[in-house]
Every structure is written in C-alpha cells, then in structure tokens.
Ligand binder design. Structure first.
Ligand SMILES: [Mg+2]
Length: 236
C-alpha cells in the first residue's frame, strides 16, 4: 500500500514531531508499505525528510517539485513546472523586492524554487492591495492561507503533483492501492480528485471552508494529526 500524506498538522501533533510519527514509519516499513510526503514546505525540507527518514520520494512546494533518491542512492530533484515558469517567478519576485521592499516575503522564500510566500500578518491593507494588483496584472497565481500568501507561476497543486509523480516515477500506483491523508485547505485538490482521501480529526476546524471534503473524515481527540494516521493505517 502507498500512503501519500501531507506533513504539517497531519504527520505532526500540535506542531511537533512525536513518537506517533516514528511509529507510522515503523509500521509502514514492517509491512512493506511506503510513505510519500506531499507538503507545501520548501524543497530543502524534502532533503531533510529523505536524509533523516526511510523515505524514497517527497513531493514538495505544494506539488511543484519531487525530491527523490535515484538508484545509486543519490538525492535528485525533478521540477514539475517548466524552467520558463520558474524563471518568470524569480523575475517577478526580484522585481517585487526591488520596487516594494516593504512587502515582507516569508523567511523561507529563499529556499523555495517553484513558489514563494508573503507574510500575510505583517502586511497592511495597502500593501496587500499592491501585491494582489501586481500579481493579477502579471498573471501570477496566488492563494491566501491563514499565515501566508503563496504565489507561483504555472499549474501547481498537490493533486497535479501526485498525478505527475505517479506517471513519471511510479506508474504502477493506482488510487485503489493508495491513500492520501490531509488536514487543511491546501489539501483540497487531493480531497476533490483523489479517491481514497482521509482527513485527520483536526480537519474539523476548517471543514466548513472546504468545497471538497475528504472521503473519510476521522473523529475524536484520539485521531488528531499523526495519531489519526497511525490508527487508520493500523486498522487496514
Ligand atoms: Mg497540513
């Protein structure tokens, strides 16, 4: 069985890595299953995951890039958007920083390749309007989460990332031999389009903001984040 999973809030508990995460890794390894993290965190986090945990693939930056180990065990990266779109994003970000140095980019924007983020809470209404107008004018895609405004060029979503990954790296994976776990609106493309989707119980906080809900929604404090993933996997 293949388990695709979001990281923050899904494989963590109250923002921390806990023993449940390591139990998940143990159970998956023991049963010959596989975990593939699908996260909005930056490319460099993918390197961290691969070097510290028994994983072969991570889909990072919300579906923009795959980080993986090749047959020689070396870490490789595969962009899921074109070089032209990456360059367009870089040019836009440089222009933004030069012309509007007061608009705060997120601290991890330097480690990102296929998307960037602004610190939403540190922005005034006027700055927000400038940023949104500029992105709209230059046809830059963006979405607001409760902490960041993420922006990118080209088509990027967790679902597109997963389907491109399957096609290119693991064509034997089907939706009947895999699951996806998530907890938040940035997992919504997977809830909408990936059949076997599971929401851990902390998703209750944002269920009413989702147009597309996971097929299975776990309930109760015993199924928050990594606890829910662990219980679900053990129940199969
Ligand atoms: Mg999450």
């Amino acid at each position: 069985m293949i388990f695709f999973s979001d990281f923050d809030g899904t494989l963590t508990l109250d923002g921390k890595l806990t023993r449940e995460f390591f139990e998940i890794l143990d159970v998956i390894e023991r049963r010959g299953d596989e975990l593939i993290i699908v996260s909005g965190r930056s490319l460099s986090w993918g390197h961290f995951f691969l070097t510290h945990f028994p994983l072969h693939y991570c889909i990072m930056e919300g579906g923009g890039v795959v980080v993986y180990r090749d047959e020689a065990g070396l870490i490789q990266e595969k962009n899921l958007v074109s070089d032209a779109e990456i360059k367009r994003l870089e040019d836009f970000t440089n222009k933004l920083a030069m012309n509007h140095p007061d608009i705060p980019l997120s601290k991890d924007s330097f480690g990102r390749r296929t998307d960037r983020a602004m610190e939403y809470h540190d922005m005034t209404e006027a700055q927000l309007k400038v940023a949104v107008d500029l992105m709209t004018k230059e046809k830059i895609n963006f979405s607001k989460s409760n902490v960041h405004i993420n922006f990118w060029c080209g088509e990027i979503s967790k679902y597109l990332g997963v389907t491109k990954f399957i096609k290119e790296f693991r064509p034997e994976i089907t939706e009947s031999n895999s699951f996806f776990f998530g907890d938040a609106p940035n997992d919504e493309s997977m809830f909408e389009l990936f059949h076997n989707s599971v929401g851990v119980s902390n998703i209750q906080h944002c269920l009413d903001r989702l147009n597309h809900k996971p097929r299975i929604i776990l309930e109760g404090d015993e199924n928050i984040g990594a606890k829910g993933v662990l219980n679900f996997i053990c129940s199969l």
